[in-house]
Write a new protein. Sequence first.
Length: 133
Amino acid sequence: DYNRAEAAQRATHPHIVDPVAVLAAGAEAEDAGETRAALVRALAAMLPATNAAAANIVDARGTIVATTLPAYGALHVSRAVMDDLAPVFGGATRFIAPRPESERLVGATRYALTRPVLWFAAPVRDAEGRIVA
């Protein structure tokens, strides 16, 4: 429960919410690059305090819009992962069971994580309260 609560709290942090909202709104390519870089820096800064191996921001289309794992940028998560994330896009914070990266990612040519890891997923809302990731 602690990790779910922590994920929910971090999903409301302005350094996460603001850039995610910009990316979800379809920022121009130049703006998107800098916005994504700032978001990745914010995600990376949060990792040590949580003992997390990585962080990903996934939009409703299943695209990894930001990640602390450079090899995973712009990849898509699998249909099974999107099924697991469905409650998150409905507003719930969820534990996502470990699965091999080969089952989690679509189109990856290499995997940054060599063993399955568990994930905690929380909705990120824009200023109007819409869930955008």
